[in-house]
Every structure is written in structure tokens, then in C-alpha cells.
Write a protein that binds this ligand. Structure first.
Ligand code: ATP
Length: 251
């Protein structure tokens, strides 16, 4: 069964064609990585999938249901969640409050301000469970401003997890995270494998090849290749357009 289906998606910013006729089928439980050079349109594509950016043409379906005309909160309710590259975390709030508030806001329920939110037991339990899954429950009552960069990334993951996604969109979850933190993050995502479908944008090729079942390569808004990590790694067109260059940089 296909969980995420993308058909001929296009987005223009003025004269600039940023996503150009993108089609993609992501199977249930699959981790599908989207790689490509800076400015290729990866974040724009994720924004179109999440419903933050309207598409100029094309269609998106989750579990066979067309969501093209739906808002982000409506998509969240159907199980499509995005973890943000640019953080939307509130620094003065604790990790727990951030998850609780985000769940309320993003699921489109009424935004009742802080004290009542903190008192809502059910919401807190869900938020705490999400923090635990993201490996941040021991920091639940710490203000976000006091969390490290790696902990912020885990908080963003917790926020996405708390919406109980069927499809999780991850936009560079490892950006700025290094060493052991990165390894732990990859191990955590690996544990989620099969539980929900993931679309992963990531520049860290080690992480991509460790996690992805399939990889799509986006160049100038077009998917130039889709395949297993092994097939993508050895694809001459991909190497010429992107991968060779990246790997040389790493080496
Ligand atoms: N709101 C916008 N208005 C105009 N141009 C935009 C807008 N958002 C993105 N762009 C342009 O669209 C192109 C693709 O940007 P996008 O951020 O989607 O690429 P990306 O592949 O995610 O890049 P990176 O790997 O650097 O994050 C870039 O040329 C960018 O300048």
C-alpha cells in the first residue's frame, strides 16, 4: 500500500521553477531520503507536502486520500507531520510545554494560553511520551533556551512525534548535530523504521545511506533518479550531478 503519493508537483517563485513535475511513491513504512545540491528545491518540496506552501500544480495523497487542497493542520490530523529545519521552538517555554502547545496549535484545536495547557493531563501525558521517544524526557521541565543544539533537534522531533504521524517529514534533522549526538539520532530514527513512513531530507550521506530504503535525487527541482542507496551511490548521472562532489568533500 502506498502511504504517500506525489504526482507532478510543481512550484514556481516568479520566473524560478523550484519544483518541476515531481512524482514520488513512498510505500508504507519506508524511509525515503531526498538528496540534492543546495537550492535544488528539497525544502520547498517538503513545504508543499506538509501543506505550508500551496503547489501550482500536481497532487499529494496520503493513504489514498487526496490532500492537495488541505491546510497544514488538516494534513496533520490525517497523520502528516513535519519536523522543521528552521526551529519554531518557544525559548521561554519548557520542553514539555513546547510539545504540548505545538500539538494543540498544529492540530488546529483552539489555542488556550499557557497555564491551562500545562494543566491538561492528557496533553501532558502525550507530550511526555513524545519527549521520551525523542530521548528528551529527562529534560522535560528545562526551558528550551537552556537546551543544547542537539537537544533542540530532539525537541523538534518530539513535537512531530506528538502529532502521532503516519508520515513524518524530516527536514535536515542532523543539521548542526555532530559526533555522538548524530549517531544517537540516526539510531533513534532507525528504531522508528516500519512504524511510520518517513521522508528525510539530509546532507549527511552517512546518515542517508544508513537509514534510507530508497533515495531520490533532486537537481534543479527535478528528480533525476530514484533507487536503493546502492543503486543511487553507483549511478553515474547522480555522481556527476551531486554525489561524487559531496563524497569528495567528505573525504
Ligand atoms: N519563498 C521563496 N521565494 C522565492 N524564492 C524562494 C523561496 N523559497 C525558496 N526559494 C528559492 O528556491 C530555490 C530552492 O530552495 P530550497 O530551500 O527549496 O532548496 P533546498 O534544496 O532545500 O536547499 P538547501 O539544501 O540549501 O536547504 C532556491 O533558489 C531558493 O532561493
Amino acid at each position: 500500500m502506498t502511504t504517500l503519493s506525489v504526482r507532478n508537483l510543481t512550484k514556481n517563485f516568479g520566473a524560478l521553477k523550484v519544483t518541476d513535475d515531481v512524482s514520488l511513491e513512498v510505500a508504507s513504512g519506508e524511509i525515503h531520503a531526498i538528496i540534492g545540491p543546495n537550492g535544488a528545491g528539497k525544502t520547498t518540496l517538503i513545504s508543499q507536502l506538509s501543506g505550508q506552501l500551496p503547489s501550482d500544480s500536481g497532487a499529494v495523497a496520503i493513504g489514498g486520500q487526496d490532500v492537495t487542497g488541505l491546510s497544514m493542520p488538516e494534513r496533520v490530523k490525517l497523520g502528516l507531520a513535519r519536523s522543521f529545519q528552521i526551529t519554531s521552538i518557544l525559548p521561554g517555554f519548557t520542553a514539555l510545554e513546547n510539545v504540548a502547545v505545538a500539538v494543540q496549535a498544529r492540530s488546529g484545536s483552539s489555542f488556550r494560553f499557557f497555564a491551562p495547557v500545562a494543566q491538561e493531563e492528557e496533553l501532558n501525558d502525550a507530550a511526555l511520551a513524545a519527549l521520551k521517544e525523542a530521548g528528551l524526557d529527562d529534560r522535560a521541565h528545562v526551558r528550551a533556551s537552556a537546551l543544547s543544539h542537539g537537544e533542540h533537534r530532539r525537541l523538534e522531533l518530539a513535537i512531530a512525534l506528538a502529532t502521532q504521524p503516519k508520515v513524518l517529514l524530516l527536514d535536515e534533522p542532523l543539521a548542526g548535530v555532530g559526533g555522538e549526538d548524530a549517531e544517537a539520532f540516526v539510531a533513534r530514527l532507525k528504531r522508528f523504521k516500519g512504524r511510520f513512513t518517513m521522508v528525510l531530507i539530509e546532507h549527511d550521506m552517512e546518515a542517508v545511506f544508513a537509514l534510507a530504503d530508497r533515495v531520490s535525487v533532486l537537481v534543479y527541482g527535478r528528480i533525476i533518479a530514484t533507487g536503493t542507496p546502492e543503486a543511487i551511490r553507483s549511478d553515474p548521472q547522480v555522481r556527476a550531478a551531486y554525489l561524487g562532489e559531496e563524497e569528495e568533500e567528505v573525504a
